[in-house]
Design a protein around this ligand. Structure first.
Ligand code: GMT
Length: 377
């Protein structure tokens, strides 16, 4: 598995898939710049971590990370006899995998599977600086998957990738780990019994529109006593703090920073808020739903494949914080409706985004890719 190690859904998806494959007896090697976020507190005999080297040199503007990654992949493939290289996020991982395969001296050569997660297609990959490299990486992989139908279609239609098939494999959630079960003593640290608790989790990048979380929260709090937990960190945090201050709700908002085990906190929430401008899937929303927390989100990307509008949450136009607040208040005012939404959210998470089915889908994809690269077995 080649993955981004920081806070972010693609790294979480890759790490959790690796752990599930290892639990089934497969040997899994994770290759990243640093220990992946959700691997930090896990240990499994079949899981190995290899750190990509980083050498600076006055002639280079920055470390040549894609080449360093390719070199590390070659080392791991030649030492361990890897069958499948699974790149999570097209660039640079799929490109590094393809470069590595061209260098490998041992046989048989590994198959390359690329999973598209989001901005590798909808933002970064579309930029002229990376477009051809991204197209080539996707077209040259032996099998390609996307985490939503929306993302698969966008890759073919908007990015102009020439490929017959991009398989859709929805992300999964561990519904034993993420489950309802409010811990009153934990919740009481952030909100009293008479206050409603709203939560947002992300890496606070511009696509997450975290200022909208604050604006929407301020409208909710104007009508009902409420608190907001902002979990995560990133470049837009100072602006969100400034907006909270200007709307006079800073004392109602707690910025907790980022940490890997958020399940106990999520289970304390009344609503989860995700007003992103781009979101190919929305793993954090799914984790909230598994915790029995309805989601108020924007109606973009793959979010409508995860959240059913009017059943397990509400979807509104990007930036329409008034509509988002009004939907939130609708649920917070109506205990029975809230209970129905909580149940529907949990039910959907359990039945549509099941980890066992997800591992099975990826194993099928690995077989397909191996059939492509090693047709004679
Ligand atoms: O594509 C990104 O912006 C980064 C990526 C990540 O590593 O967090 O997020 C994407 O992949 C997640 C896991 O598949 C999805 O849940 C997110 O929706 C997706 N982010 C975007 O599309 C903005």
């Amino acid at each position: 598995m080649l993955l981004h190690s920081g806070v972010g859904g693609s790294g979480v998806v890759a790490t959790e898939l690796g752990l599930r494959l290892a639990a089934r007896g497969h040997e899994v090697h994770l290759i990243a710049n640093a220990v992946p976020f959700r691997l930090a507190d896990e240990r499994h005999d079949n899981v190995f971590f290899h750190q990509i080297g980083s050498m600076t040199y006055p002639l280079f503007d920055a470390p040549l990370t894609t080449l360093a990654e390719a070199s590390k992949v070659v080392e791991v493939v030649e030492q361990y006899g890897i069958d499948v290289i699974h790149a999570h996020y097209a660039i640079p991982h799929a490109a590094a995998a393809l470069i590595a395969r061209a260098m490998v001296r041992t046989r048989p050569i590994p198959a390359i599977v690329t999973t598209l997660h989001g901005t590798d297609v909808t933002l970064v990959g579309l930029d002229a600086a990376y477009l051809r490299a991204t197209q080539w990486s996707i077209e040259s992989s032996d099998a390609v998957s996307a985490v939503s139908r929306y993302l698969a279609d966008t890759t073919i239609n908007d990015m102009g990738v020439r490929r017959d098939t991009i398989h859709v494999v929805y992300n999964a959630v561990d519904t034993m780990r993420f489950r309802p079960g409010n811990d009153p003593s934990l919740r009481s640290r952030y909100a009293s019994d008479s206050e409603h608790l709203l939560v947002h989790v992300s890496n606070f990048r511009p696509v997450k529109r975290i200022e909208d979380v604050i604006r929407m929260f301020a409208l909710v709090h104007a009508e009902l006593p409420a608190r907001l937990l902002m979990i995560g960190d990133g470049p837009d945090r100072p602006r969100a703090v400034a907006v909270a201050e200007s709307l006079d709700v800073l004392d109602r908002v707690r910025f907790l920073g980022s940490f890997p085990r958020i399940e106990r906190l999520l289970a304390c929430a009344d609503l989860f808020v995700l007003p992103s401008s781009k979101e190919s899937f929305g793993l954090s929303a799914l984790e909230a739903m598994a915790s029995g927390v309805p989601v108020i989100a924007s109606n973009i990307g793959g979010l409508s494949e995860v959240i059913e509008h009017g059943v397990s949450g509400f979807l509104h136009d990007v930036g329409d914080t008034a509509a988002m607040a009004s939907s939130a208040l609708e649920l917070l005012h109506d205990r029975h409706r809230m209970a129905a939404f909580r149940h529907a959210a949990r039910h959907r998470a359990m039945h549509v985004f099941d980890p066992t089915a997800n591992v099975g889908a990826y194993l099928d994809l690995y077989e397909r890719a191996l059939g492509h690269v090693r047709p004679d077995g």
